[in-house]
Design a binder for this molecule. Sequence first.
Ligand SMILES: Nc1nc2c(ncn2[C@@H]2O[C@H](COP(=O)(O)OP(=O)(O)OP(=O)(O)O)[C@@H](O)[C@H]2O)c(=O)[nH]1
Ligand SMILES: [Mg+2]
Length: 200
Amino acid sequence: MIINYSSTYFLTSSTNGQCASVKQDGMEIALTGYSNSGKSTLINCLTHNKKLSRFSKYPGRTNMINFFTVNSYLRLVDLPGYGYSTVYTNKKNNYNLIFNYIQTRSCLKGILLLIDIRRLLRVEDIKLLQYLQIKYINIMILLTKCDKLNFSFQKKQMNIIKQQMVIFGKKIPIVLFSSLKNIGVLYVLKIIDIWFNKYI
Ligand SMILES: Nc1nc2c(ncn2[C@@H]2O[C@H](COP(=O)(O)OP(=O)(O)OP(=O)(O)O)[C@@H](O)[C@H]2O)c(=O)[nH]1
Ligand SMILES: [Mg+2]
């Protein structure tokens, strides 16, 4: 089945990783990564709805777990970013909140980890990947905002990140991505379709 995102709607927000108000039926795919890496923009890009998820040029815009219903079996989950914030100051809590979410949501079947292509993998990303490895959750890495670099620089950054990823045994797909220029979108949609069809 090919997922249709056209009727995606905002379901609810949670400030608590267990998200008890959201039933764990169907499956969830969560977006995670450093603040300002482009998670909220990606939700809007996949759903072709610029007003669905609030994005901002200021890091730390999303400070709650936001759920979006795609269809009766699939929710996209926009997680708050970790790292630097100019909007909120409780970033450590965000990291705990994200781990708490991942630990408790058994319906979580896939993670899109967004890395700003100019920044490479940082300590928080690596810690998260190490944790995800033991959880057997599907992962894909998106090198976001690739429109900011020329092609040869994109390739250079991609190679460095692939080197950084060598410590992780299993093969994790990595894609050059830009919401702004629509780069990598079809690939991401294809991978989500594969994950979806595996579980539903
Ligand atoms: N050039 C470019 N800018 C982008 C792209 N995607 C997002 N941005 C910009 O990056 C900034 C941050 O985007 P958000 O989607 O709010 O990032 P976020 O990861 O949700 O940030 P937090 O909620 O703070 O964790 C905004 O100014 C976006 O317009 C992209 O593909 N290319
Ligand atoms: Mg956000």
